[in-house]
Design a protein around this ligand. Sequence first.
Ligand SMILES: *[C@@H]1O[C@H](CO)[C@@H](O)[C@H](O)[C@H]1NC(C)=O
Length: 399
Amino acid sequence: MAGCCGSWLFFLTVCAVSLLGAKAEIKLTVPVGRLFTYQLLRETFQNDIEPRSKLYAIHDDPMIFKCNRQNFPDLPEWLRFTQRHPLDNGFLYGTPMSPGKSIIEVYAINKRSYDTTRQIFVIKAVAEKMIPYQAEFFLKLREIEKVLPSTVQGEIQQDLQKLWKTEDLEIVNISNALDRGGRVPLPLAGHFEGVYVKVGSQKYFSRCLLGTLTAEYEKQCTAGAKVKVPGECNFCSIPSNCISWCKIELFDLTKQEPAPPAPTMGSGILEDGGDFDPPESPLSRDYFPDYIVTVIVPLILAVILFLMLAYIMFGRREGVMKRNAKTNEIQLYHHNTILENTDELRNMAANRRLPPPLSTLPMFNYRTGEEAPPLQSDSPNIPLIMAQHDPYSDTLPRK
Ligand SMILES: *[C@@H]1O[C@H](CO)[C@@H](O)[C@H](O)[C@H]1NC(C)=O
């Protein structure tokens, strides 16, 4: 009984897993050396998130995508993702250079409800012959997301087919100028990031394209002035698809030298190189001149200075007798000046009988000229403000 239930459970689980697995995988194939583009439609992911009953309720929710290789943090080297705004669709694009399978996980996050859903893409790059003649053009008035939709790619391809004079033309690469050192443009109308478009053909370059190899073209373009596409080579039907004439680059892959052979891998273990042979110890050095310069010379200088100072301090002093005479002389001079100064002070004190200037009196009003009742102006204890004078103190002399 229990075994039967267990097997049923197992069967159901397998069914559920295979159903989910079947739903979540999209297989894509791309030839090596050709452009791969896939538009991540917000609508498709939104239908995944919302239950079927609500399918007809149209929600235009902002949505962002997170893309990475399964079990890795980032996308493969050749694959890029771009989405300008959460209300725009996203694009996966790039050019694989070697055959192989990449499993890409795409998580869509609804920025309104924060619901998420996951989609798995299996991108298989299959080997294909290289396109021998390639050329790269720069579209100044474009942004990468505006070029990636297949209709726009078709328009650009048509113009370039006329320029190349062949129907056999394939887009090899489309890349954002910002990924190649371009500058972020001003956020104003009429300023674009710019897009590089690389196309290839089995047919050799047309006369117009070969014109870009001439010295005249080089001279015109290095002069820096705005060079127009020559009339007979100007095939742009939509202004924003016009190419920059001075940014055309031709690649003739038939002339390329074979790539240098890949380095051979070793076993990862260093070969046995015998015993360690230490290097010779350096020659011994003579330190005597250094010793003389750093120790002996300063020492001699110090001794000389010491002797000079000693001579000045002791050898050149005046005798003791002489010194006594001189001291007496100085003391006499002091005595005289003290006497003179006392006389002077006495004279000044005698002159003090004169009335002092009015402004030095305590209660003199300098505007009215009024005088407060005279006080004993001679007293050394005149308070500055009479009213606040402490009545109990005896500093104010009373009459
Ligand atoms: C395509 O362009 C990108 C960005 O410049 C570059 O990294 C990549 O190598 C190019 N691929 C090919 C096949 O030219």
